[in-house]
Design a protein around this ligand. Structure first.
Ligand code: G6P
Length: 366
């Protein structure tokens, strides 16, 4: 009821602002990298596997896509990520040395459960779930698990469940890296320090809300939007576009910025807002030339840049600066800004933010 909402207008907004706390809760007690965090038998399993197959739906699938970048970069284990409803019905080539990872907030999504059973029927017995409900069917079905501590998520559009999944998946990445002898003590200490600082870092992003509201008022008058990201932030662009379409009903698409010229550039006019995720990483210079391609066609750029990105506001270029560049964990910060953009755009359009039309919180039938 209203009492539980406190100062917030919707559960979605409340859940966005709970993220500093629930990310902290999800990583609580993690004082070092230990396979046992995923279950008693985890070390033995992690030693045996030489690849990872991630299965999920919706927002959880985008968490999986982000994890692929992390695991291949840091742990050097090959990863494939599949939409559960596709995987379960296609012919694939199974390998028993696979760690099958399901990602699910509810632990009850029918397609994800069926995809897990399908993988198992193909002889893949090493199963792990990243799940927010410890009593769910998925946790019972999987040999190993890591329970995120997002708490109950009421808003249909997932927010805190996603960022806590990312926190858990980063922990999995470091654990696989350690088991493979690819994580030095210094690296472990540095990553743990960054993870402990996440609640403070994400709170600083949430403090950008007034600037994001100003953008949302402009977005509310549009019918289309493009989201661009590269590398680790391409899945975040996908998630930002999904959030916007789910709750504001604005048609939104995400593209890896390097693909612009292979199609979506044809859509760009001065009526097209182009949200660009511009962290100060190795791809920044490439991204800047993609932004030029948009500006040359009159597209309006809305750029989430890190403080040190050296991208300046100007004609058709609007910039909000995130307080710090956060390296590998940067997706967790950038997505919080996109959640607020979707939320305030929906609010300005007067939609039913917590219960968008035609959507359900948990899809327990096919
Ligand atoms: C529904 C929800 C999404 C969620 C997806 C997967 O579509 O509206 O927010 O991402 O199901 O749910 P799961 O519980 O498996 O993460």
């Amino acid at each position: 009821g209203a009492a539980e909402l406190g100062p917030y207008r919707h559960y979605m907004q409340k859940e966005i602002f709970e993220q500093p706390r629930v990310i902290g809760d999800t990583l609580e007690g993690v004082t070092g990298i230990m396979p046992e965090l995923f279950g008693d038998n985890a070390y033995k399993v992690f030693k045996q596997i030489d690849r990872v197959l991630i299965l999920a739906c919706g927002t959880s699938y985008y968490a999986g896509l982000t994890a692929k970048y992390w695991i291949e970069s840091i742990a050097k284990v090959p990863v494939s990520v599949e939409i559960a409803s596709e995987y379960r019905y296609r012919d694939s080539v199974p390998n028993p040395n696979t760690l099958v990872v399901t990602i699910t907030q509810s632990g009850e999504t029918a397609d994800t459960l069926a995809a897990l059973k399908h993988a198992r029927s193909l002889g893949m017995e090493h199963t792990l779930t990243i799940c927010n409900v410890s009593t769910s069917a998925m946790v019972r079905e999987c040999a190993l698990s890591y329970i995120t501590r997002a708490g109950v998520e009421v808003g249909v559009a997932s927010t805190k469940a996603f960022t806590t999944q990312l926190a858990a998946l980063f922990l999995l990445t470091l654990t696989l890296a350690q088991v493979n002898g690819r994580l030095s003590d210094d690296e472990e200490a540095a990553y743990l320090k960054q993870m402990r600082h996440l609640p403070v870092a994400i709170a600083a992003v949430l403090a950008l809300e007034p600037q994001i509201i100003a953008w949302a008022e402009e977005f509310a008058r549009k019918e289309n939007a493009l989201f661009l990201g590269r590398g680790l932030h391409y899945p975040i662009a996908l998630e930002g576009a999904l959030k916007l379409k789910e709750i504001s009903y604005i048609h939104a698409e995400a593209y890896p910025a390097g693909e612009l010229k292979h199609g979506p550039l044809a859509l760009v006019t001065d009526e097209m807002p182009v949200v660009t995720i511009a962290p100060n990483d190795a791809l920044l210079e490439k991204l800047k030339s993609n932004m030029q391609e948009v500006r040359a066609r009159g597209g309006q750029l809305y750029v989430f840049a890190d403080v040190d990105s050296r991208i300046n506001s100007g004609d058709g270029v609007h910039v909000i600066r995130l307080p710090e560049h956060y390296g590998q964990l940067s997706p967790i910060l950038h997505v919080a800004a996109l959640q607020l953009l979707a939320y305030h755009t929906a609010l300005a359009r007067g939609t039913d933010v917590d219960k968008p039309r035609n959507l359900a919180k948990s899809v327990t039938v096919e």
